[in-house]
Ligand binder design. Structure first.
Ligand code: DLL
Length: 433
């Protein structure tokens, strides 16, 4: 079992909590005394650094959220002056103003350290060749993984997104062993390879995928691993917290969240109450060591749960389960909550269904209607009309059983739905309120 930082990754749990408490206390002290934004917030909540006596007191601290970054656009919430900022990243989001995040040299080091631990936990190291196929530039994915992979001594192929045929060619010719990109883009790369007569499983050296930045399901993992002959690991992060940071280890049972850097909690998104471990809720993160843009109880909007027991790999830091959805991507259809990830899970469990789907929600005569468009597999598509009708019924029935609402199903020809190089857009909501 390889560790990047064995001392820290296997720190006894009580020592980790002690360290977190000390770091939290220092953070609150610094924010209270040196950040006008946080000082106002903390005073409004009636909390001062002297009120932090244990980790439990975290729950008395005020939340921050994305709107705080937007309201303080571009960098009014930063805690260092511009001359100490070593790098900016900007996340565009789908609505509203972009969010600007900044890093001091120390912050960049922390981020890279976090990824070095994570990539090592995925079994990568010197001798590996990693194709970084996340976007380079303002998005955190490309540069984040680039520096993480370099730090562990892997050779980096800085592809970025796009030019998919070239991605396949170089993957084969350079004997690439690992790729990092969104799971949907990896499927697109594999499909493009097929069209070029290059099969990822048989014709390349790819062994590992570091996949994330968008929701994907366990079933999708099974398919990717089987079709491409690789080990696929989930990677999570958000630009506000640094970018990609946490991956699963080879146990594939939750992403290790490095507790010396981030303090995590799960809250009930409606009431803000802290929930017990292993209860589903919204992930809230406090950055314990960041300088340029420290975040106190940042509400990620991502729904997951925390596992606290020591992992079989020996790492003691808490783990977070695969993201189940976002507080804001939950669809409410005829009053029933539906997460796109549930739809994906159902679809991927049906053999003849392909890997690409889209959900279109509309309102017909005052009633919500959910249409699930899904590509069928090449071999199923050549089947008789009758077989396709049966498959359509099977998909519809299974969706109804799992989601508790009926969905209209449309089976479509392989290769017809849009493909994405970055985050896939799975839902089109045409309802107007
Ligand atoms: O997507 C950072 C990243 C880059 C993560 C590369 C992983 C790999 P943002 O663009 O700020 O940052 O988007 C963050 O993406 O709040 C989640 O909703 C979603 N997300 C990220 N990773 C996962 C994942 C990057 N593994 C938002 N599973 C987050 C599900 C994910 N959702």
């Amino acid at each position: 079992m390889e560790y990047w930082n064995p001392r820290m990754e296997r720190i006894p749990a009580d020592e980790l909590r002690d360290l977190q408490y000390k770091l939290l206390k220092t953070l609150v002290y610094k924010l209270y005394n040196f950040s006008p934004f946080y000082r106002r917030r903390l005073k409004k909540s009636g909390v001062s650094p002297d009120d932090i006596h244990s980790l439990k007191d975290t729950s008395t601290l005020p939340f921050t959220q994305k709107t705080d970054l937007r309201d303080n656009y571009p960098d009014k919430i930063f805690c260092v002056s511009q001359s100490d900022v070593a790098r900016y990243h900007v996340s565009s989001g789908t609505t509203g103003k972009p969010t600007v995040v900044g890093y001091t040299e120390h912050d960049l080091n922390l981020w890279t350290e976090s990824l070095a631990r994570s990539l090592t936990a995925c079994g990568l190291g010197r001798g590996d060749i990693m194709q970084v196929s996340y976007g380079y530039g303002l998005f955190t994915g490309g540069l984040g993984l680039h520096y993480g992979a370099e730090r562990i001594g892997a050779s980096v192929l800085p592809m970025s997104t796009g030019n998919t045929e070239r991605q396949v060619e170089l993957m084969r010719d350079m004997k690439v062993t690992a790729i990092s990109c969104t799971p949907s883009y990896l499927l697109h790369i594999a499909e493009t390879g097929e069209k070029m007569g290059i099969n990822i499983k048989d014709d390349t050296d790819l062994k590992t995928g570091i996949l994330g930045a968008e929701p994907w399901s366990e079933r999708m993992r099974d398919r990717i691993e089987e079709e491409l002959g690789i080990d696929a690991y989930d990677i999570y992060g958000t630009s506000e917290l640094s970018g990609p940071m946490f991956t699963e280890c080879q146990e594939k049972n939750g992403a290790h969240v490095w507790g010396d850097q981030m303090l995590i909690e799960i809250i009930d998104p409606a009431s803000g109450e802290v929930l017990e471990n292993e209860e589903d809720g919204e992930l809230v993160v406090t950055t314990l060591q960041k300088e340029a843009l420290p975040l106190l109880r940042y509400r990620t909007g991502d729904l997951t749960k925390i596992y606290d027991e020591v992992c079989a790999c020996g790492r003691t830091h808490p783990r977070m389960a695969r993201i189940k959805g976002r507080t804001d991507d939950m669809l409410i259809i005829r009053g029933i909550n539906v997460f796109p990830s549930q739809v994906e899970h159902v679809l991927m469990s049906i053999d003849d269904v392909g890997n690409h789907f889209q959900i279109v929600v509309d309102r017909k005569e005052m009633l919500d209607n959910m249409l699930v468009m899904v590509e069928v597999n090449e071999n199923a598509f050549s089947d008789k009309i009758n077989d396709l009708m049966l498959l359509k019924d099977r998909v519809g029935n299974k969706l109804r059983t799992v989601l508790n609402i009926s969905a209209e199903v449309e089976l479509i020809e392989p290769g017809t739905l849009p493909r994405f190089e970055g985050k896939a857009k799975r839902v089109i909501d045409r309802r107007t309120l």
